[in-house]
Design a binder for this molecule. Structure first.
Ligand code: GTP
Ligand code: SPV
Ligand code: MN
Length: 608
C-alpha cells in the first residue's frame, strides 16, 4: 500500500510520521469507518477548535469567564460516570498470567468479540489520532503511545493529561516500541442522525492485550475507561512492561518534602481510588518549617537509576481529580490549580455560571443545576454533583508544582507509603520492619469502596498496592517483582523505607478520629524524621509505631484518648484480619511468594 492510498485524512499526518503509525491508523479506520481522520498536533488552536465544537454540540458548557476563565462543564450520560471494573479485561495468552484478581478472556476470543463491535463503530464521526508521551519527552524513562478515539472530549482531555501531539509522534522511529490504544464510544451515526451530548454505549469493554501492548476500549467516554494513557497504559500495560524490564508502574502520587534543616526527600504513596492521593500530593504543611511540593498525584513509574537508587517520574502531565470534598479548607492548592483552563465533569452549575460540588463550601448555594441537568436546591435530598465528579487540569497550573517534576532522570525516592480507607483496625501510621515487611503491608491493603468505580460504597475490599483494578498481570507475581526490585536495590545499599498510613479511622460515633488533610503533614514529619534517624519507634505486632510523644501534635486539638484510639491494635480483630489474609493469599496458589507467606506467619506469631 502506498502512503498516498492510506492517507485519507482531512488534516494530513505530519510529515515524517513513521510508517508503523500510518499503517496502523489505516487498519483501524478500515475497521471503524470514521467520516474524517484528524491528526492531533497538540497546539492551542487545535484545543480551542475541539472545545468550540463541543460547546456547539452541547457536550460542553462554557463557564462564566469572570469566575472561571476558559473553563467548561461536561455532563456525562448518567450511565457513564465511573470506571467499570466488571467490564475491564486482561487478555493475556495464559489465564494464570492475568491471575485471580483480573477478569481474563483469551486474546483470540476477545478479538472475536470486539471485531463486530468496532466494525463501523465510528461511522458519522471524526477519528482523532492522539500521539502522546508518558513522561517528559525524551526522558529515558518515558514511553510513547498513540490513541485513536472518536470522542472530542477524550482527545481534548488527553491534551491536558499527557504530553500530546507532534513532538510525541516525532519520537516514533524504526526501533520505537509504542503502545496502540483504540477507543470508540460505540455510537455510530447514520447520515443525518442527530448526535447526543455524551455518546456512549450500554455495552462496555475495557480490554488490554499485555503481550502485544494493545488497548481496546469500547462504549464509555469516562475517565479511566477512555483516557487510555492513564490507567490502561500507564498502569495496566506499563506494569507488564515494567515486570519485563525490571522497573515498577504504580498507582502512586509523588511529593518533594523539605524539612526545617533543609534536607530534601521524595516520597511516593499508593492509596486506592478516591482515598487521598491528590490531597496528599497538594498538601500544605501545618508543621512549621516543613514544605511539601507536588510532583504527581496518581501514577508513578519507578526504577533503579544509574546511581543504584530508586528513582521515579510522574508519567502524566495533568490531574483528573475528585471534585467533591475539594474546598478552600481541605485542599486550597487544588482550588488554586483549577482557577481556570479546567474541564469539569459531572459537577453542579451555579446560577452565576461557575461550578459547585459538595464540600467546595460549607453552605450550598440556594439553587443549582445538578450534574444531570436538573434544578436543585438544598432541599432536593440528593447530591448536586456526582460523587465521582472530576476536574481535568494541567499539572503546570499547580502553584506547588515542584521544580524537579519534569526531571528526565526522575527523583530519588526516600520513602514509600501504602494507605487505604479503614474505619477500624489500621493505625494512623506504621513503619515496616524492612522491605519484605513493606511488601506485605502493600499486599494486604484493604479499603472501603468509593465512588471511583462501580460497586457498593463502603464495602471493604482487598486492594493490594492500591493496584487491584490496575495490575496488568498476576497480582502475586507483582509482589514477587517488588521483592526482586528490593533485592536489587539492596545490593547498592539504598532501599527506601516503607510505611502504612490510615487517615480514615473512625471513633464509636462514626466520625473521623484524625483531622486529616493538611494535618497529615504531622505524619509525614514523623516518617521522614524516621528516615533521617531523628526519632525512635516502638515495636508492635504489626510493625513499628511512634513512641508516645514522638508524633507532633503541637497546636492540634486532639485528646490523649483519641490518640490512643488512633494507634490501638486489638489482637482479636487482627487475628480475624490475618485469617482473612490467609484466605486471600490462598487464591494465588503456588504463585504466592514465600517471603510474603512468611510475613503472615510472623504476624500470627506476634499476635499470639
Ligand atoms: P483518585 O483520583 O480516584 O485516584 O482519588 P485520590 O486517591 O486522588 O483521592 P483524593 O485526594 O481526590 O481524595 C478523595 C476523597 O477523600 C476526597 O473527597 C477528599 O476530600 C477525601 N480525603 C482526602 N484526604 C483526606 C483526609 O486526610 N481525611 C479525610 N477525612 N478525607 C480525605
Ligand atoms: C481512579 O479511579 O483511580 C481515578 C479516576 O484516578 S479514573 O481515571 O477514572 O480511573
Ligand atoms: Mn486523584
Amino acid at each position: 500500500m502506498s502512503i498516498a492510498e492510506i492517507t485519507r485524512t482531512d488534516t494530513p499526518a505530519p510529515e515524517g510520521t513513521h510508517r508503523s503509525v500510518f499503517e496502523w491508523v489505516d487498519t483501524i479506520a478500515d475497521l471503524t469507518r470514521p467520516d474524517r481522520i484528524v491528526w492531533c498536533n497538540g497546539s492551542q488552536s487545535e484545543w480551542d477548535g475541539l472545545v468550540n465544537d463541543m460547546v456547539k454540540a452541547g457536550t460542553l458548557t462554557k463557564l462564566n469567564a469572570e469566575h472561571r476563565p476558559y473553563s467548561f462543564l461536561a455532563r456525562s450520560d448518567p450511565n457513564d460516570v465511573a470506571r467499570v471494573e466488571a467490564r475491564t479485561f486482561i487478555c493475556s495468552e495464559k489465564e494464570d498470567d492475568a491471575g485471580p484478581t483480573n477478569h481474563w478472556v483469551a486474546p483470540d476470543e476477545m478479538r472475536a468479540t470486539l471485531h463486530p463491535l468496532f466494525e463501523g463503530s465510528m461511522q458519522g464521526r471524526t477519528m482523532y489520532v492522539v500521539p502522546f508521551s508518558m513522561g517528559p519527552i525524551g526522558s529515558p524513562l518515558a514511553k510513547i503511545g498513540v490513541q485513536v478515539t472518536d470522542s472530542a472530549y477524550v482527545a481534548a482531555s488527553m491534551g491536558v493529561m499527557t504530553r500530546m501531539g507532534a513532538k510525541a509522534l516525532a519520537r516514533i522511529g524504526d526501533k520505537t516500541e509504542w503502545v496502540r490504544a483504540i477507543h470508540s464510544v460505540g455510537a455510530p451515526l447514520s447520515p443525518g442522525e442527530r448526535d447526543v451530548p455524551w455518546p456512549s454505549n450500554d455495552t462496555k469493554y475495557i480490554t488490554h492485550f499485555p503481550e502485544t501492548r494493545e488497548i481496546w476500549s469500547y462504549g464509555s467516554a469516562y475517565g479511566g475507561n477512555a483516557l487510555l494513557a492513564k490507567k490502561s497504559f500507564a498502569l495496566r500495560i506499563a506494569s507488564v512492561i515494567a515486570r519485563d524490564e525490571g522497573w515498577l508502574a504504580e498507582h502512586m502520587l509523588i511529593i518533594k518534602v523539605t524539612n526545617p534543616r533543609g534536607r530534601v526527600f521524595h516520597v511516593a504513596a499508593a492509596f486506592p481510588s478516591a482515598c487521598g492521593k491528590t490531597n496528599l500530593a497538594m498538601l500544605q504543611s501545618t508543621v512549621p518549617g516543613w514544605k511539601v511540593e507536588t510532583i504527581g498525584d496518581d501514577i508513578a513509574w519507578l526504577g533503579r537509576g544509574e546511581d543504584g537508587r530508586l528513582r521515579a517520574i510522574n508519567p502524566e502531565a495533568g490531574f483528573f481529580g475528585v471534585a467533591p470534598g475539594t474546598g478552600w479548607q481541605s485542599n486550597p492548592t487544588a482550588m488554586e490549580t483549577i482557577w481556570g483552563n479546567t474541564i469539569f465533569t459531572n459537577v453542579a452549575l451555579r446560577d452565576d455560571g461557575d461550578v459547585w460540588w459538595e464540600g467546595m463550601s460549607e453552605k450550598a448555594p440556594s439553587h443549582l443545576i445538578d450534574w444531570e441537568g436538573n434544578d436543585w436546591t438544598p432541599a432536593s435530598g440528593r447530591p448536586a454533583a456526582h460523587p465521582n465528579s472530576r476536574f481535568t487540569v494541567a499539572a503546570r497550573q499547580c502553584p506547588t508544582i515542584s521544580d524537579d517534576w519534569e526531571d528526565p532522570q526522575g527523583v530519588v525516592i526516600d520513602a514509600i507509603i501504602f494507605g487505604g480507607r479503614r474505619a477500624t483496625n489500621v493505625p494512623l501510621v506504621v513503619e515496616a520492619r524492612d522491605w519484605e515487611h513493606g511488601v506485605y503491608l502493600g499486599a494486604t491493603i484493604s479499603s472501603e469502596r468509593t465512588a471511583a468505580a462501580e460497586g457498593t460504597l463502603g464495602e471493604l475490599r482487598r486492594d493490594p498496592f492500591a493496584m487491584m483494578p490496575f495490575v496488568g498481570y498476576n497480582m502475586a507475581d507483582h509482589w514477587a517483582h517488588w521483592l526482586k526490585v528490593g533485592a536489587e536495590l539492596r545490593k547498592t545499599g539504598s532501599v527506601p523505607r516503607i510505611f502504612q498510613v490510615n487517615w480514615f479511622r473512625k471513633g464509636a460515633d462514626g466520625s473521623f478520629l484524625w483531622p486529616g488533610f493538611g494535618e497529615n503533614s504531622r505524619v509525614i514529619e514523623w516518617m521522614l524524621e524516621r528516615v533521617d534517624g531523628q526519632v525512635p519507634a516502638q515495636e508492635s505486632p504489626i510493625g513499628l509505631l511512634p513512641q508516645k510523644g514522638s508524633l507532633n501534635v503541637d497546636g492540634l486539638d486532639i485528646s490523649d484518648e483519641v490518640l490512643t484510639e488512633l494507634f490501638a491494635i486489638d489482637p482479636e480483630s487482627w487475628r480475624a484480619e490475618a485469617d482473612d489474609t490467609e484466605k486471600f493469599f490462598a487464591t494465588f496458589g503456588d504463585r504466592l511468594p514465600t517471603p510474603v507467606a512468611n510475613q503472615l506467619a510472623v504476624l500470627r506469631k506476634n499476635l499470639a
